[in-house]
Design a protein around this ligand. Structure first.
Ligand code: UD1
Length: 419
């Protein structure tokens, strides 16, 4: 078993560089299946979700060369073979194989997706969109089989009942090589969606409107290879900015696109966090007298649900009472009992998180229950007096590239141990 050990209470300083976006790369890799030729991705983050996707691509017949942050994939020999449940259910974003395999081959047999347990995470919108494009959906044990009735999907007019990142991207993937025009209404507007559309368009797709709530895709017959730079991870950036505000003595977070973080930065300003926005970096000063605030998550450009947990330790340093309401995943509260175990005045009352500050945390044995809860525990451990031991760290390594090294470079006493 692997654990993270932190001796907390040390203030951090220096520079930390943000890696490529996890939520982009997990869709960019399956998207490559749609190309007829080699695609090169630069800025690929060193996270275990990428390793899992690369392994799945190789099983399907792709030729892969992965060195440093550069991933070259030749998908020309890929075959639509049934994907074993064990591999697929290790990550939520495996659902992007539905869209890309359907788009290229007109059929796919893929295990049901896994990922973090944030309460119910349905995929009904994905399936509804595929069906609107002429696919038939059937279940075979733990696998799902999708097949275009006419051998190839056709364009369709699709209205998303709920704003969904996954369903928007999956529909784009499936529609790219469909016959005719697809319109997605009430589409999600996350920066990752623009990133996937940019890759697809550079491969020869005709996608317009990504980043707005109406996306139009004119289907094309073939797509070619290209090069693509993955956008910076706004959630990783937010995690380090919050961490720097909580326990920093002057930390510069680099490779940041400020425009992707506006609602998050606005919340920090409301708390009184002092920082300087530079061209592609944010310098966070040492903070004093922060004010408690209320947070309500919503789809982009609202406050990201993925930043709610990493921001919680910072909130605990503020004066007063505040609440967190997650309107996307109301069960995203697993970090709360762990923070309480470290001495925080935080609880769940009537479906919302309520905290009172300021808090002085003490080190404890805690458990990462999901990716972002894990990030929150790392920050809390760095703030706490004494030793914190975090178990279940596989969740953290799924989404934070080189997190131990990055924090050590900032002066943290943190290590990963194998038992
Ligand atoms: C993506 C992100 C995840 C983030 C989430 C919300 C990836 C790999 N993951 O997840 O980090 O927390 O967006 O920003 O990009 N829903 C349905 N039916 C569906 C699909 C979704 O009802 O078919 C609901 C969900 O239960 C949730 C809401 O829609 O309440 C938004 O979910 P969605 O945007 O789809 O999340 P993911 O794409 O899975």
């Amino acid at each position: 078993m692997r654990k993270i050990i932190i001796n907390g209470g040390k203030r951090l300083s220096g520079e930390v560089a943000v890696s490529g976006a996890k939520n982009s790369v997990v869709a960019l890799i399956p998207a490559i299946i749609l190309a007829g030729d080699k695609v090169t991705l630069d800025g690929v983050p060193a996270i275990s979700d990428v390793d899992s996707l690369v392994e799945i691509m190789e099983i399907m017949g792709a030729e892969v060369d992965y060195q440093g942050e550069t991933l070259v994939i030749d998908p020309s020999q890929v075959q639509s073979i049934p994907m074993p449940y064990g591999k697929i259910n290790s990550l939520r974003a495996s659902y992007y194989f539905y869209g890309s395999l359907l788009g290229r081959f007109g059929k796919a047999t893929v295990g049901l997706p896994g990922g973090c347990d944030l309460g119910p995470r349905p995929i009904d919108l994905h399936l509804k969109a595929f069906e609107a494009m002429g696919a038939e959906v059937s279940f075979e044990g733990e696998n799902m089989h999708l097949e275009a009735k006419d051998g190839r999907l056709h364009g369709a007019h699709i209205y998303m009942d709920t704003v969904s990142v996954g369903a928007t991207i999956n529909t784009m993937l499936a529609a790219t090589r469909a016959d005719g025009k697809t319109v997605i209404e009430n589409a999600a507007r996350e920066p990752e969606i623009i990133d996937i559309a940019t890759l697809l368009n550079n491969m020869g797709a005709h996608i317009r409107g990504a980043g707005t709530d109406i996306i139009t895709i004119e289907g094309v017959d073939t797509l070619h290879g290209t090069n693509h730079q993955v956008i910076p991870d706004r959630i990783e950036a937010g995690t380090y900015i919050a961490l720097a505000a909580a326990i920093g003595d002057g930390v510069k977070v680099t490779n940041v696109l400020y425009e992707h973080l506006e609602s998050f930065i606005a919340k920090l300003e409301e708390m009184g966090v002092r920082m300087t926005v530079e061209e592609d970096a944010i310098f966070v000063e040492k903070q004093e007298n922060l004010k408690a605030v209320n947070i309500k998550t919503s789809p982009y450009p609202g406050f990201a649900t993925d930043l709610q947990q990493p921001m919680t330790p910072l909130l605990l340093t503020a004066n007063g009472r505040g609440t967190i309401i997650d309107t996307i995943y109301e069960k995203r509260v697993n970090h709360v009992p762990e923070m309480a175990r470290m001495g925080a005045d935080i609880s769940i009352v009537g479906g919302q998180i309520v905290y009172h500050g300021p808090n002085h945390l003490t080190g404890a044995q805690v458990k990462a229950t999901d990716l972002r809860a894990g990030a929150a525990l790392v920050t809390a451990g760095l703030m706490a007096e004494g030793k914190t031991e975090i178990r279940n760290i596989e969740f953290i390594l799924r989404g934070y590239a080189n997190i131990i090294e990055k924090l050590q470079d900032l002066g943290a006493d943190i290590s990963l141990i194998e038992e």
